[in-house]
Design a protein around this ligand. Structure first.
Ligand SMILES: [Zn+2]
Ligand SMILES: [Zn+2]
Length: 119
């Protein structure tokens, strides 16, 4: 493949923005990717920033859901376990704890799946 702007020169890379072939005269490196010199430098820089921001945001959201999942899971196991152990002493009250525990476990599962969606 040859340069889009200089058909006689062999291309050394593709512009990340417009995907055209570029020779060493036309290519410029912006944030580790190739761009058309004086044409798409800004566009490629913005593309890179956008991708980096999305990645950062997605990671933060995912870890927040994961934290919730672990928290709900632990408390849920605690409540359900307490209800099971105390059932013979507390009766209906213990059932209430078990239901609360199951509800928290359900919330933990929902948060876990949500965190995987954001990976
Ligand atoms: Zn370009
Ligand atoms: Zn060229």
């Amino acid at each position: 493949m040859n340069c889009f702007y200089h058909p006689d020169s062999p291309a050394i890379g593709l512009c990340k923005y417009c995907q055209r072939g570029l020779c060493s005269e036309c290519a410029v490196i912006v944030d580790d990717v190739v761009a058309c010199k004086n044409r798409h430098e800004n566009e490629v820089r913005q593309l890179g920033q956008l991708a980096a921001r999305n990645l950062f945001h997605s990671k933060r959201v995912s870890s927040a859901y994961m934290r919730n999942a672990i928290f709900y899971g632990l408390v849920g196991v605690l409540f359900a376990g307490f209800g099971l152990v105390q059932y013979q002493y507390l009766g209906l009250q213990a059932v209430f704890f078990m239901i609360l525990g199951l509800f928290l476990l359900y919330a933990a599962g929902a948060n876990y799946f949500e965190s995987r969606k954001h990976k």
